[in-house]
Design a protein around this ligand. Structure first.
Ligand code: NAD
Ligand code: ZN
Length: 354
């Protein structure tokens, strides 16, 4: 982050820019980024928005655009998104539409944003009717992921990122899956004795293993999205592994359960369906369940959640193109494909078994 200005200088020509952050990321990193940009003769204006998913709204977009005009940004200016996925999504959308589109820099500060949402150019805001319904593809000119930023991240947020990391391992990287499993076992035993969660956030930046884990996940996501930049060929669909049921759980529970937790439960359902439709072994399903558990991710639906409501939400999912169910399955850990054989009955069964 201290070098943000230098990196930006390599790709940006205009000097006026806006740094969009939520209250937390502004407080933690706003000064550092503004100073670094100023040192390279950029002229940054910090825009703060409230923390949380509610900020991903058209109302905020309009407010931010007004502020950018007042701050003197023009067609040669650029936008920096400094924060988690919420900030990445809304700042990217503002960059996509402000003066018909200006450049965007992502500075992700959550694990999820580093390994997932900052990569791939998807930007969006929500409508009352649903999440991410308004958006644009707008690839960032630069992404700066500084692992030290994660030192202040609460464990609950770290876990959300691990859900995506485990997803990447299941669909693309069996070696990483093994590495995570053996590491989680060692750390897991330490957890039991020291009452620590899997990883102590205050030491993350000094841990080479953790840094290379992030690097590896960035590479996986980048490879998948560059093979299918605008989500046409189907390669990108693999990233939805566990997410069809996961999104349905999010919607059916009014977004009270965090996204990573919902995808974790969704991945268990997807493994159940993969046993039936793709030949996944039940041993490998059990391995997935135990890895998720090691990272303190949930693998079962809370009993009070209405299964029928989730099945109904799945039926409304946007991935059901032309009435056909396209579902991502894994035949073995490290491999995944889209299947057209999965029926609504399979999905219903998997949900009932959760
Ligand atoms: N565009 C994509 O491809 C894509 C992919 C996945 C998710 N998303 C979106 O990402 C969003 C979720 O992102 P998220 O999980 O990062 O949530 P978030 O942006 O809400 O961040 C989570 C919390 O962590 C705080 N925070 C951020 N950085 C911090 C730090 N370094 N230290 C302490 N606290 C910090 C934030 O203020 C917030 O309270 C959702 O809106 C989702 O739709 C987008
Ligand atoms: Zn996800």
């Amino acid at each position: 982050m201290a070098k943000a200005g230098e990196f930006a200088r390599k790709v940006m020509s205009g000097n006026r820019c806006a740094v969009i952050a939520d209250e937390t990321s502004a407080r933690l990193f706003g000064d550092r980024i503004s100073e670094s940009l100023t040192a390279e003769k950029f002229s940054p204006h910090l825009v703060r928005i409230p923390v949380g998913e509610k900020s991903k709204s058209l109302t905020q977009v309009e407010r931010i655009c007004d502020e950018l005009i007042q701050a003197g940004l023009d067609r040669n200016s650029f936008v920096v998104g400094l924060g988690g996925g919420v900030i990445g999504d809304i700042s990217g959308f503002v960059a996509a539409i402000f003066q018909r589109g200006i450049s965007h820099i992502q500075i992700p500060t959550t694990l999820l944003a580093m390994v997932d949402s900052s990569i791939g150019g998807k930007t969006a805001v929500n409508l009352d009717a649903g999440k991410n319904l308004i958006g644009a593809f707008h690839h960032p000119a630069l992404i700066i992921a500084d692992v030290e930023a994660l030192e202040s991240l609460p464990r609950q947020e770290l876990r959300q990122g691990y859900a995506e990391i485990i997803k990447h391992a299941i669909i693309r990287d069996s070696e990483m899956f093994q590495a995570l499993s053996s590491r989680a076992q060692v750390e897991g035993s330490r957890c039991a004795t020291l009452k620590l969660s899997w990883r102590d956030p205050s030491t993350v930046a000094r841990d080479d293993g953790f840094v290379s884990l992030i690097r590896r996940n960035i590479a996986i996501k980048a490879r998948i999205v560059s093979a299918d930049v605008r989500e046409i060929s189907g390669e990108r669909a693999l990233l939805n592994f566990g997410h069809t049921v996961g999104h349905a759980i999010e919607r059916a529970t009014d977004f009270k359960i965090p996204h990573g937790d919902c995808s974790s439960i969704g991945m268990v359902a997807a493994c159940g369906i993969s046993i039936k439709r793709a030949g996944l072994s039940s041993q490998e399903r059990d391995d997935v369940v135990s890895l998720l558990k090691q990272f303190q991710l949930p693998t079962q639906l809370p009993t009070e959640v209405d299964r029928e409501k989730i099945a109904a939400a799945v039926a409304h999912d946007k991935k059901f193109l032309g009435g056909k169910i396209r579902f991502v399955v894994t035949p073995r850990i490290g491999d995944a494909h889209v299947s057209n054989d999965v029926t609504m009955k399979d999905i219903r069964e998997a949900i009932e078994n959760l």
